[in-house]
Each structure stands twice: as C-alpha cells, then as structure tokens.
Design a protein around this ligand. Sequence first.
Ligand SMILES: [Fe+2]
Ligand SMILES: [Fe+2]
Length: 157
Amino acid sequence: MKKFNSLLHDEEYQKYLSRNNLNEETRIFCKHGLEHFLDVARIAYIINLEENLGYSKEIIYVTSLLHDIGKFLQYEEKIPHEISSWNLSEKLLDKYDFTFEEIELIKEGIIGHRQKESKNFAKLLYKADKLSRLCFTCPAEKKCNWEFEKKNFYINY
Ligand SMILES: [Fe+2]
Ligand SMILES: [Fe+2]
C-alpha cells in the first residue's frame, strides 16, 4: 500500500481534499471527503474478496481515494465530477510508479463510478459508492434527489 499512502500524503492531493471539505461545510447531503473515500475503498475490497473479482487491493484503494477528488470543481465550475476527478488524478498518478494498465483501470473506475450501466471495475466502484451511504439515518434523505433505488437502507458491508 506504499503508493496509496504516498498519494494520501501528497500535498496536492491534500489541497484538493481541503477544497472539497470547504465547499461542503454547510452541505446537508452526502459529503465527499476522506471518510467517504475510505468507506468506498473498504466496501469495494470486501466485495472484491467475496466475489473473487481479483482486483488489487492497492488499485481499489487508490481509485476510491480519487473517485470524487474533483467534486469541488463541480461546485465551482460545473464540471461533472467524474471528469474533474479524472483530470486531477491523471496528473497526481503521474508522480508515482503506476503501470499503464493500472492507470487505465483507475481511469475506468473513476469515469464510470456514477453510471448504473458500468461494467467490471467501474461497476464495483459504483456499487461500493452507493452502499457506503447511510441514507436510512440521513436527516436530508427526503430532500435528496437520488433515485430511490440508489439509496441505501440496509447494511451488508
Ligand atoms: Fe461521485
Ligand atoms: Fe463517491
């Protein structure tokens, strides 16, 4: 998990994370900070083990860490956050020693994490992303515009 931890402590990464946090200070809906990223990572990794999907733990964690990192650009510049997250991630990943295949997989996961129709690795991210949300205890659930089927009312992971 060396590369994951380097990324976690990367100054630029931390700067983006603070911008997400700043933009969501008064947000009543789901937030997009480190807690969410680690929830997604852990759930995706459990599913990966249970279903023998065979993805590397580090790539699951790295993708989860990055999948919403550009959320602040959705607030500030109206860029869909799977796009802004990938644009920021591409530059961050460049600093560390990822292979071409790993980068392609991470890209697939980030870009596809909002699409119900996604397949394979992106589907894993999509599922873990939704399952990480505690809609059953959220005071803003009624006001949230997520389709009912996306909302999570049960704990499985
Ligand atoms: Fe997202
Ligand atoms: Fe997310």
